[in-house]
Design a protein around this ligand. Sequence first.
Ligand SMILES: Cc1cc2nc3c(=O)[nH]c(=O)nc-3n(C[C@H](O)[C@H](O)[C@H](O)COP(=O)(O)O)c2cc1C
Length: 154
Amino acid sequence: MQTPRTLRILVGTVTSTAEYVAQAIELDCADLVDQIDVRLMDDLDPSVFEGAALYLICTSTFGEGDVPDNARSLYDALNRPGLRLDGVRYGVIALGDSKYPQTFCNGGRRFDERLTALGATRVGELLCLDASTELEPEARGAAWCRTWLAEALP
Ligand SMILES: Cc1cc2nc3c(=O)[nH]c(=O)nc-3n(C[C@H](O)[C@H](O)[C@H](O)COP(=O)(O)O)c2cc1C
């Protein structure tokens, strides 16, 4: 398989923090890959996982440990019978708040579970960004992503 040199960041968000994290990564990590493609999850379907890219799910958590509304249709579509994502490699930045200990960062965890169930391979551990303690989620996310890319890009 061709070595992916495109990083595609799929953003699930309500109040834009996850989008700001993705934008910080786009600026900070540009020297490490050929292209960084940031996409809000609105209106995406599983065909977004086609192509020789490396994927980063960057999503917050809402409701009672649910994915954000703009991520709902993509998340549900990942349940389609027969869908397989073997060969897809991805990482996860999960945004949440430890004020919700029972469901902390579940939005990202839900995507992780579903992608793994479809045969995709997660590279590295999840990064959980806690809104109660993390003062600079953008800087933290970008720094984490530099390290993650070093592992994810052979
Ligand atoms: C109404 C509401 C419900 C939330 N529910 C959860 C939750 O169940 N678990 C969690 O970890 N964080 C929860 N959060 C925290 C958000 O995920 C967190 O603030 C995140 O940084 C928001 O990112 P965004 O601006 O990209 O949407 C909730 C926040 C709000 C306002």
